[in-house]
Design a protein around this ligand. Structure first.
Ligand code: CAA
Length: 384
């Protein structure tokens, strides 16, 4: 067993760290305050090849492995989780699903520009539309319908909490085609945002990841060509579950980044701030907090890398990705809360960054499957 990163991994980690420091850190507080989508940052990520990191170069991707993806996600998330969620959704939920399950025509038309993150020089990213007003954790209860009309489907319904909702050009939409068949009557479709009948709803005013643009998306009699269905009839639920397993590695790595970012800020502050005549790092109350933070960060990192390694080895990573996500997201929430505590009053104001990390941490316990859903997945796997 080798716990060392290779030269290439170290280079990618450094590129992501430099990018986060030079491109994301300036303005991150303002973007959070104003809920400003980090368009410039995403465009630059696309130029680095980080919007289609794991896609084969023949489809416009960077051909990197999942380990590299974890390393890059951690570095970007340390500084701006609003940037990293757009990156994660495009890489894991959109590009991976297209590359793994789409036919050659669909790949040429959609995957190639999505993996590059650009089309005709303009930002070109995707979104994954599964959640609905009444179907979040209970993903089989889809109310959005796609009625088979012969040469096309007619799409109607509402999707909620859609990351990249307004900035995406392409939506992967999960919809019910035959309610009598339950999860086997669900299909996935590639839908373009500018098609007639597609309406972008109001932007959500969120607690965290406020720079990320989260919208509801409405479909009113949208004509979806038959050739835009992904896979065989009834494949949609399996498509969603398989895709989400990879997505969970992305969000686990985002949580890891928030956790390690908060820990590093707390460590730095503890060496600068004096109380009772010495730097606070000399007080055991702070030392024990830092020890627990460092241990949880390390454990979260190992779980993320293990899941990514299994993905790279073409093993089943459903269990490991859920374990990584539930652990890393709970670690992120705990560590960021403790980091605020270490900072005292300064932790409660925006200039010190930790309050934002604490707000951003919360969503990692909710999206791409709540902590409760991850425990369903884990317990089913270990009990079967
Ligand atoms: N891989 C392949 N197939 C799977 C699977 C998987 N991981 N999980 C389930 N299936 C199959 C089952 O085998 C079953 O098939 P059969 O009927 O042939 O046996 C079928 O799918 C139905 O499975 P279940 O009966 O297990 O389904 P369930 O209703 O009990 O739900 C669940 C299981 C794990 C709770 C699932 O609904 C789930 O993961 N929910 C959470 C959804 C989620 O993550 N939403 C997040 C939205 S996306 C997002 O947040 C993106 C963003 O913007 C950041």
């Amino acid at each position: 067993m080798d716990f060392q990163l290779n030269e290439e991994h170290l280079m990618i980690q450094k590129a992501a760290r430099d990018f986060a420091q030079t491109e994301c850190l300036p303005g991150v507080i303002e973007r959070d305050e104003l809920q400003k989508f980090p368009k410039q940052q995403i465009e630059k990520l696309a130029d680095l090849g980080f919007m289609g990191m794991m896609v084969d170069p023949k489809y416009g991707g960077a051909g990197m492995d999942a380990i590299s993806y974890v390393l890059a996600m951690e570095e970007v998330s340390k500084v701006d989780a609003s940037v990293s969620v757009a990156m994660s959704v495009n890489n894991s939920l959109v590009c991976w699903g297209l590359e793994t399950y789409c036919n050659e025509e669909q790949k040429q038309q959609y995957l190639v520009p999505l993996a590059q993150g650009k089309k005709d020089g303009e930002l070109y990213i995707g979104a994954f539309l599964l959640s609905e007003p009444e179907a979040g954790s209970d993903a089989t209860s889809q109310r959005t319908t796609a009625e088979d009309m012969g040469d096309h489907y007619l799409l109607n319904g509402t999707k909620n909490w859609i990351t990249n909702g307004n900035s995406a050009s392409v939506y992967l939409v999960i919809a019910q085609t035959d309610p009598a068949k339950g999860s086997h009557g669900i299909n996935a479709f590639i839908v373009e945002k500018n098609w007639p009948g597609v309406v972008v709803g109001a932007k959500e005013n969120k607690m965290g990841i406020r720079g990320s643009d989260t919208h509801s998306i409405l479909f009113n009699d949208v004509k979806v060509p038959k050739e835009n269905r992904i896979g065989a009839d009834g494949f949609g639920f399996t498509f969603a579950m398989k895709t989400l397993a990879g997505g969970r590695i992305g969000i686990a790595s985002q949580a890891l980044g928030i956790a390690s970012g908060a820990y590093e800020l707390a460590l730095k502050y503890s060496k600068e701030r004096k109380a009772f005549g010495k730097e606070i790092m000399h007080h055991q109350a702070i030392q024990f907090k830092l020890a627990d933070m460092a241990t949880k960060v390390e454990a979260a990192r190992l779980l993320c890398l293990k899941a990514a390694w299994e993905k790279d080895q073409k093993k089943d990573y459903t269990l490991s990705s859920s374990m990584a996500k539930v652990f890393a997201s709970e670690a992120a929430m705990w560590i960021s809360t403790e980091a605020v505590q270490v900072h005292g009053g300064y932790g409660f104001v925006k200039e010190y960054h930790v309050e934002r990390l604490m707000r951003d941490a919360k969503i990692t316990q909710i999206y791409e499957g709540t902590s409760e859903v991850q425990r369903i997945v884990i317990s089913r796997a270990i009990l079967k």
